[in-house]
Design a protein around this ligand. Structure first.
Ligand code: AMP
Length: 282
């Protein structure tokens, strides 16, 4: 496994691998890897000749009051996990090379970015689409792997790839959960054991919403209200949103039908957690 810091070197390697007819799979991450990330990595290794994993905590997707400085980092541990999975290249660029002095260009998707997480994190998705576009230009992959755990992010990236005619296949991977159902996240590290217990309310509420829909409920607002009640009943949780949206438009649905995403964001103590499930409703 080779560790690449220089952007030009990464591009050169990718061009050489592609010229040798090797397919390149790419997993962008912010590091502090857990089983959720590693499932994406294993799938990429399985499906491609060459796998590149990037580790880059992207400052432009964090708000001024958010946890960029405190975001957990442990490169040595990440590298050993990736080595075990037979990754070929770890791309680990420096912030000042990615965003040098005078940097001025951003990529912005203009639909679905001001709802759900976009409402409380106004520039978040602009930062995400910008860094993902830049990483695509640096790594030049054939396929890129993203987790459904960040469902809105995945749908926005698909929109960007379609709109900008990027010749990259976006592969969606299922959410990996801890025993008990909590979606794995690097931010789970912030939770005390009491908070970890309280955080289960998020997945539990999503499961309840699924079962109400399975039982025939189709009123989106009723389910939204019921989800809000469930979360408010947990003293350590503060709700940001509980929404049922169309996966095509990311807009909330009064009548539940079609490909939908049920999504929740909530603070558990001071840690903001998100989770979602995808359903096809007839
Ligand atoms: P991050 O390091 O949080 O930016 O995540 C990097 C990639 O891993 C993103 O595509 C995430 O959606 C994905 N990911 C994070 N947590 C999980 C999880 N629990 N299950 C599946 N994918 C995940």
């Amino acid at each position: 496994m080779e560790i690449i810091k220089e952007i030009e070197k990464m591009q050169q390697i990718s061009r050489e691998e592609a010229a040798a007819k090797k397919s390149i799979g790419f997993v962008p991450t912010m590091g502090y890897l857990h089983e959720g990330h590693l499932k994406l990595v294993e799938k990429a290794v399985d499906e491609n000749d060459i796998t590149v994993v990037s580790v880059f905590v992207n400052p432009t997707q964090f708000g001024p009051e958010e946890d960029y400085d405190e975001y957990p980092r442990d490169l040595e541990r990440d590298l050993s996990l990736l080595r075990e999975r037979k990754v070929d290249y770890v791309f680990y660029p420096a912030v000042e090379d990615v965003y040098p002095e005078g940097y001025a260009t951003y990529v912005q998707v203009e639909k679905g970015t001001d709802v759900l997480c976009g409402r409380s994190r106004p520039n978040h998705f602009k930062g995400v689409t910008t860094i993902v576009s830049k990483l695509f230009n640096m790594v030049i992959p054939h396929r890129a792997y993203f987790g459904k755990k960040d469902g809105q992010q995945l749908l926005i990236i698909r929109q960007m790839v379609r709109d900008l005619n990027m010749d990259i296949e976006i592969v969606a991977c299922p959410t990996v959960r801890e025993e008990g159902g909590l979606a794995m996240s690097s931010r789970n590290k912030y939770l005390s054991s009491k908070e970890r217990e309280a955080a289960l309310v998020i997945n539990r509420t999503l499961e309840k919403a699924c079962s109400w829909i399975e039982e025939g409920e189709r009123d989106g607002w009723e389910i939204k209200k019921a989800m809000e009640r469930e979360i408010k009943a947990e003293p350590l949780a503060t709700i940001d949103y509980a929404s049922i949206v169309s996966r095509e438009t990311l807009q909330e649905l009064g009548v539940i039908k079609g490909p939908i995403m049920i999504a929740i964001a909530a603070y558990i103590g001071s840690t903001r957690l998100i989770d979602n499930v995808w359903l096809e409703v007839t």
